[in-house]
Design a protein around this ligand. Structure first.
Ligand SMILES: NC(=O)c1ccc[n+]([C@@H]2O[C@H](COP(=O)([O-])OP(=O)(O)OC[C@H]3O[C@@H](n4cnc5c(N)ncnc54)[C@H](OP(=O)(O)O)[C@@H]3O)[C@@H](O)[C@H]2O)c1
Length: 301
């Protein structure tokens, strides 16, 4: 199925079936379909409800366990329009089913992080599918890879770097432009504790996350005054599809815990969060270890 063709229709169909959201005394106003049909661009004041909660969300990496957990966490707080963007429609279907059951209108669009030439159209398709402003964009895509395979096959290592770094750079620049035009929005970037200091066991992945993390911080600085902010999220080991079959690291956590922290950061205005929070202090100490000592410590992480 070509989701690029399906997405706008999907969004209208789903939004049309959406009951007016009245959750915990919050109102989302007209549905996306009503706005689209009437041809009214959504004024930014309509988007954020009185408590500033996210009402419309784009998840880049729509089948990600952490991305799905964030979306599921935001629905009860009033998030009613969700666009999932990814390369595998069948994997996003299951996430969409759960979100619809929770009460959200959900659309899916095709987005491949490594297909840089298609990012402008993919971001446009996401906004068209939402038929409204998008309050929050979560970059939840990523590939961990097998370090030994990546070292044996440099082309695979380069592709991972594009998927985790260069592709998100391109996509988030398009996203930032759209949010800047709206004059409001939050970008949540799933970085990683692995980017804080390169480790022998996963330095291809870790270096791609270090690049993404630095980019996200600079993007945040570039958006000061534009009404758009960036939240950098640095989880440690999360029990998800990405880490399935691997031994859990110390301070291992869950997608639900990451989602809770992200929801808190969106609400409170925090710019950088670690999951679990204690990891901030652990990594602050570890990053200053002499390299030889770090090698010994990292070998056991
Ligand atoms: N799990 C951890 O321990 C951990 C720790 C720190 C940070 N993180 C970061 O958190 C984010 C979410 O990870 P997760 O644990 O939820 O893993 P996950 O369930 O494996 O999700 C990864 C997502 O990335 C998508 N993806 C991979 N390559 C893509 C591409 N070229 N184009 C579009 N989408 C692509 C996957 O889509 P497909 O379905 O198409 O494969 C999948 O939706 C990632 O950025 C990850 O690096 C994870």
């Amino acid at each position: 199925m070509d989701l690029r063709l399906q997405a706008p229709q999907l969004a209208v169909d789903e939004a049309t079936t959406l009951a007016p959201a009245e959750h915990a005394g919050r109102s989302v106003g007209r549905t996306g379909a009503e706005r689209a049909c009437r041809g009214h661009p959504l004024a930014s004041a309509d988007v954020q409800n009185a408590l500033g909660a996210v009402q419309s969300l784009l998840v880049l990496g729509g089948s990600s366990d952490i991305g799905a957990a964030i979306a599921e966490r935001l629905v009860p707080d009033g998030c009613r329009t969700i666009v999932l963007a990814g390369r595998r429609p069948e994997a996003m279907d299951e996430v969409a089913r759960r979100l619809r059951a929770a009460g959200a209108a959900v659309a899916a669009v095709h987005w491949d992080a490594v297909d840089v030439g298609a990012h402008a159209d993919a971001v446009k398709a996401a906004w068209d599918a939402a038929a409204a402003d998008i309050d929050c964009v979560v970059l939840a895509s990523g590939v961990l890879g097998e370090q030994s395979h990546l070292e044996d096959d440099p082309a695979s290592a380069a592709e991972l770097a594009v998927a985790n770094y260069a592709g998100p750079v391109s996509t988030l620049l398009h996203v930032a432009r759209r949010l800047g035009e709206q004059g409001h929005g939050t970008i949540v970037v799933l970085s990683s504790a692995a980017g804080e200091r390169a480790r022998r066991s996963n330095f291809v992945y870790g270096s791609s996350k270090a690049g993404l993390d630095a980019f996200a911080q600079g993007l945040a600085d570039s958006l000061v005054g534009a009404g758009v902010r960036v939240v950098v999220v640095r989880p440690g080991f999360v029990r998800s599809s990405m880490t399935e079959g691997r031994d859990a690291a110390p301070l291992a956590t869950t997608p639900a815990a990451v989602a809770e922290t992200v929801a808190g950061a969106i609400a409170s205005g925090k710019e950088t969060v670690w999951v679990p929070g204690a990891l901030r202090y652990v990594m602050a100490a570890l990053r200053h270890l002499p390299r030889a000592a770090w090698r010994r410590v990292a070998a056991n992480m």
